[in-house]
Write a protein of this length. Sequence first.
Length: 192
Amino acid sequence: MGNQSQDEVFLAAQEAVGAHRDSQDGDVQEIKNSLEEIISLLTMNKLDMEDIKQRLGGIRENPANQTADAMEEVPVTFPLATLTNIEELEDYVKTDTGKNAFQRHIKKIGGNDSKDFILRILRHTLTNSLAELLSWTGRKGNFPIKQLLCINIIFGAVHRAFKCSLKEFEIHVREWLRHARQRKLREERKQM
């Protein structure tokens, strides 16, 4: 009996050691699985970060997002206040450099739709006092803007952004110019 109980104790001890090893092996396997999952998540995060960096780089390099630089490139002060200022802008945009800088400049102004874009550009580009002296075709002795290169550049920007037709562009510009006097009077009343 003594041998049998020693054998039983020995077997029980072996089982206990085996069970302990099995639980250790299970713990080790669980740790390995957790580490593999962590490594997988870190790899995905790294790929996401590289994608974000690439996108941010593209945004920074996109000329449409270089607001401060583009606004400073055009050596004309906006809004234009005199017919002489219009002539200066026209001379500037006759060069490729000037044309490109002015295009970038007006793209920064933006808008929600073609009409909003046109009106925002006009408000930014012309004072109401100057707009009073302008008309699309030069009617009533006003200065005609239909053939101005800067107006054609503005139309091109609006057309590219919103597929605006020349007729639609013309209607919005004419309407804005027509109300210049009213806007100017409103401005003057606000200043009093």
